[in-house]
Design a protein around this ligand. Structure first.
Ligand code: ZN
Length: 265
């Protein structure tokens, strides 16, 4: 089984002391490639640096998460454009809207999102998107860019059935995380994931966040790692009524096509 983690926050400081071992454990678990999420002015250059140090295995995104939208100045826009020009940066983002936390004011979030969508238009690179409790505004802004942007993935999808169908109708890709394994808030996801077409479905850990709650035993430090991706795929395959091998093969093929990745090793 070969898997690709499309959302690994490997620049997070919780990995500073053992990043090489984390990567080795991922490899041993069949996670052959990873997309390192760039989500801020500080971490997007770090994601690129990590990808350049591990050619063919790690790739990066570059963007500014809605939490940090207040940082999105003209200077920041120039920094993002410079990062996204590198071949190791395979997507624009993480960008989008988050009205759940509202860490940045909503007008600033919308502005930063639009600026990054413009970069996607100019470069043709795919979009790595975040949306939480902002579906209507998210869809409205995306609509302004319809026909001009390349493929888009709504990463860590946690929305409703109606929102899922909105995304599928617009031909967006869907990223599924270990949120699915959360018996408190992931139950509704289990009931709708079978509706995602195989060629629009990708998988991710969002490590170090979102440790799958159905893991046994639970790691003591509660830190999520890319090596737990096979566990998420097993649960996802069960909910979709598929065998694990074909769920994995489909997600990997979809991911390579979406991010235009080379085959590994
Ligand atoms: Zn996110």
């Amino acid at each position: 089984m070969q898997l690709i983690d499309i959302g690994a926050n490997l620049t997070h400081d919780s990995f500073d002391h053992d990043r090489d071992q984390v990567m080795a454990r991922a490899r041993a678990a069949g996670v052959v490639q990873m997309i390192v999420t760039g989500a801020s002015r500080e971490h997007s250059p770090m994601a690129l640096e990590l990808a350049r140090a591990h050619p063919g295995e790690l790739f990066a995104t570059a963007g500014v998460h809605p939490h940090h939208a207040s940082d999105y100045t003209a200077e920041c826009d120039a920094e993002m454009r410079a990062l996204i020009a590198h071949p190791e940066v395979v997507a624009v983002g993480e960008t989008g809207l988050d009205y759940f936390r509202d860490f940045s004011p909503r007008p600033a979030q919308r502005k930063a999102f639009e600026r990054q969508l413009e970069i996607a238009v100019d470069t043709g690179k795919p979009l790595f998107l975040h949306q939480r409790d902002a579906h209507a505004d998210f869809v409205a802004i995306m609509k302004e860019f319809e026909g001009r942007i390349g493929p888009a993935v709504v990463h860590c999808f946690t929305g409703t059935r109606a929102e899922l169908f909105d995304c599928i109708d617009r031909d967006w890709h869907i990223g599924i995380t270990g949120w699915l394994c959360d018996e408190r808030r992931g139950q509704h996801l289990r009931e709708i994931v079978a509706n995602i077409p195989a060629n629009r479905l990708m998988v991710e850990t969002d490590a170090p966040y979102l440790l799958p709650r159905s893991l046994k035993p639970m790691p003591k430090d509660r830190r999520n790692e890319p090596m737990h991706l096979p566990h998420i795929v097993e649960e996802l395959a069960r909910d979709r009524g598929e065998d694990v091998a074909s769920a994995a093969a489909n997600a990997t093929a979809t991911t390579r096509a979406f991010f235009r990745l080379p085959t590994s090793g």
